[in-house]
Ligand binder design. Sequence first.
Ligand code: IMP
Length: 439
Amino acid sequence: MEIKNSQTLVITGASWGDEGKGKIVDLLASEAEIVVRFQGGNNAGHTVVVEGKKYKFHLLPSGAIQNKIIVIGNGLVVDPKVLFEELDMLKKEGFKPNLKISETAHIIFPFHNLIDGLEEGKKGDYAAGTTMRGIGPTYCDKMSRFGIRVYDLLDEKIFRTKFEKIFELKRKMYKTLVNSDKDWDLDKEEIFKQYLEYGNKLKQYVINTAYYLNQAIDEGKKILFEGAQGALLGIDHGMYPYGTSSVTWSGGVCAGSGVGPTRINKLIGVIKAYTSRVGGGPLPTELHGDIGHKIREQGHEYGTTTGRPRRVGWIDLFNLKYSIMINHYDSLAITLLDKLAGIDPIKLCIGYNYNGQSLKTWPIQSEIIEKCIPEYIEMPGWEPLPSEEWSRIAKEGYNSLPDKAKDYIDKIEEILGIESVIISIGPDRSDTIIRKSIW
Ligand code: IMP
């Protein structure tokens, strides 16, 4: 493969989120000057392990623990309380977060969280199983142009006018959702005062991040764009309505940061060696029995944000093919390969059968996917190894991987038609095989 040097690198999850992006971003951030988030909010959960110590983030870019310049782009919805908690945590740990936050990112209020839960309750089987962080309702207000942006918090008069409107609207909505005239126990003045205070504290970080990032590119600075969730969980190309409300695929970088498509140099998609998913919706390759249990325990598949056990299944190369088509990645990072050790045979889903016929394309409609039967091929698994062995393999490089694990990777690459450049075989930064130079 021709190696292209890049100045802007995008890393997104190719499937349902939780692909282990945090670690990959952290790894590649060492060469960047700026790390940017461009969508989502504190529904995300990135875990980064450095020298055995775990750092968990929900809102700030993972690059924060490398003391990079971190940017919260316009495409995010921001809960200021969480933002300050994460900043405080970092400072306590001795980091010096250098944060820039977009003046046009949208603000999450307590009524958004409340309504998130109530709306979910109304959806029955169509509930996505949200993280209850108010993400959907805040994006909803953004789109209907009732939303409050970061810059609104910086001007008491403007904030007052907009806040009055949204508070009253949401109060009515609450009463409709609970089907009662009983008022909620949110105190309007208390929230107003609290958010004005947040505005005051935020001021020092607020800029027009589109100008900032474009100028940084002009100056030759290296920028890493860090996706949250995954392409198949996104509002446009995900399995609707069982996904999140932001633009999670790589195209979201442009909308959520103000950097044009021709300024993006390289795209890396992160996939897991198996499938996992939290929340509702069909998952054709889901494993319910002992194998599922084993993978969940080996992979510690419990949500970083909600602690919920994740649903796990065999790798779904059929939906990944769709994801790889829309994202048009340059290459892949494959994570958690070590966690499949001891599973033999391993199945790989290569297609779906619907109504007795093999489908040619991934059927994005959830009602169809629900009725699909996965078509599998099988491959032999590899023996479990102690973690020191995986660390040794990471040091020695790709060729030291068990042969069967290499065969598995080869098959994934062959079916998806894309090469993998990073293989992650343990939680620590050092437990990683980098097959080619990335930047
Ligand atoms: P929301 O983003 O909280 O609205 O949740 C919508 C759906 O996306 C639910 O199924 C969540 O479980 C899922 N979700 C949201 N954020 C993440 C994430 O970071 N990883 C995996 N799933 C997520």
